[in-house]
Design a protein around this ligand. Sequence first.
Ligand code: FES
Length: 268
Amino acid sequence: MSSLQPSPEAIETFNQGLAGFWHPVALASELVPERPLGVELLGRRLALARLGGGISAFDDLCRHFGAALSIGEIVDGCLRCHYHGWTYDRAGTVVDIPARRGLPIPREAKVPCYRAEEAYGLIWVCLAAEPRAAIPAYPEFASDQFVKTPYRTYDGWEAAATRIVMAALDDTHFPWVHPGILGDPAHPEPPDHRAWVEGDHLVSTYAIEQPANISLGSAEGATGLETVTYTNHVFPTTIRLHKAAPGGVFILFQTMQPVAHNRSRIFL
Ligand code: FES
């Protein structure tokens, strides 16, 4: 094993540390009522399905012979495995074994089932029995004061979700990576920050001078620098950025699906 690879114990600690939080696992539009969807979260394969008016998230492993439930089918509000037809209700309990009809169904005939919710156009899952925090707040999603753009997704990002959060919070790269857009190479010095804990998350805010440009809603042809105030609401794998510029207020909601310790899907 390369010395750059984290140990199995470190990976397990990472997964356990994030298991108590809600994470996005799909766009709501990707989970259609007619069939299940296979996703990965913290190294665990899950089968999602819309069952009985709610969303179910099961281990993607049939209790019978281990077939993937995510390639099963939805029948009468239950999820039926394609291999031999074992059928699971919304709580993951087997309610039909076609080869044993008329016989009692064993008590062990069930699969682990996790909390799953739909919010802000995304499907969220928490792997712990009791979440450590609520789904990150995104009040602007329901506000008609904002013009909403569709989610952009970035699949297969080869980085830990927490590292992506750290990289987004690092404002000192702006003049170097985004010159003329988010930063001015003549002013590489970092701004003053204020940071505090607010309920279940961290807030950090600072004001910086940025080049006037269309992404700030600046007037056409505007030049020079404008003062922009960033306020980041930070959760372990989510940032809600409130950006106040002369051209208006922008919200960037960026949330990461920690597919594994070193792989993420980004919803922006
Ligand atoms: S493996 Fe699923 S029913 Fe047999």
